[in-house]
Write a protein that binds this ligand. Structure first.
Ligand SMILES: Cc1cn([C@H]2C[C@H](O)[C@@H](COP(=O)(O)OP(=O)(O)OP(=O)(O)O)O2)c(=O)[nH]c1=O
Length: 227
């Protein structure tokens, strides 16, 4: 993994900056933020904020909607703070791959990904409770997975390193059968693009009133078809 950039929080020059609250129970996201030098507290969103795959929803629409829902869930419980929420899925030949439910599900995902290029999408939502403004954005990283041998597949399944990870793999685990294509964000695969986070923080004041991709309309309309 490349060095991760640091960034000032909006209003950090003011005497009373908003503190950063990570609305996620993901240990990877906390590690990424810590490694980049951010100070933050953790307040995971309720599981109910992360409802399942919705009909007619693309992977980027889905991660945007879920990041927004997770942030909204935590914003409703705090008086002040800048809430950061994210959601990550893999996407391969039209299939959206979240966290596997069990070993068989993980195997199914890995057999689909084996030998294929695929995408990982992470939605990010930053929401200032004090200013009641938020931005939502989505980052895509393209990956290539080599064709897995039966031995590699079984070793990975036995290791349980697929647990709790979208697509049933952990890029951070350093498997030689998985590579990011080109210069796409590596931290995005692990759950949070640190490059995009720095940009969103830096431009929060300018961008917070308008939603980036996708629009809040599509987030809300997708939500209504949630199963
Ligand atoms: C693709 C990939 C995902 N992941 C992880 C990041 C996320 O933790 C997880 C995707 O699940 P998410 O639902 O995005 O996050 P989470 O359930 O872990 O935490 P929360 O909902 O509280 O924010 O997969 C890796 O660690 N490595 C990878 O290579």
């Amino acid at each position: 993994m490349t060095d991760l950039p640091r960034a000032e929080l909006p209003g950090s020059a003011s005497p009373n900056p908003e503190s950063l609250i990570l609305a996620s129970g993901s240990p990877r996201r906390a590690q990424l933020l810590s490694a980049a030098g951010y100070e933050f507290s953790v307040q995971p969103a309720a599981d109910s904020a992360e409802c399942g795959i919705c009909s007619r929803e693309t992977a980027p629409e889905m991660v945007a909607r879920l990041a927004y829902r997770k942030a909204a869930d935590v914003v409703a419980r705090i008086d002040d703070g800048l809430v950061l929420a994210a959601d990550t899925v893999a996407s391969c030949v039209g299939n959206i791959l979240g966290k596997p439910h069990n070993r068989d599900h993980a195997e199914e995902m890995l057999r689909l990904l084996s030998g294929r290029n695929h995408d990982v999408f992470t939605g990010i939502c930053l929401w200032s409770r004090r200013h009641e403004k938020f931005v939502v954005d989505v980052v895509r990283t393209r990956l290539q997975m080599s064709e897995l041998t039966e031995e590699q597949l079984n070793e990975h399944l036995d290791s349980l390193r697929w647990e709790g990870k979208a697509g049933a793999f952990g890029y951070q685990d350093g498997n030689d059968w998985l590579n990011v294509i080109g210069n796409d964000s590596e931290s995005n695969v692990v759950g949070l693009s640190m490059e995009r986070l720095a940009e969103l923080l830096e431009n929060f004041e300018q961008n917070a009133e308008k939603i980036t991709t996708p629009t809040i309309d599509s987030i809300e309309s997708s939500d209504s078809s949630c199963s």
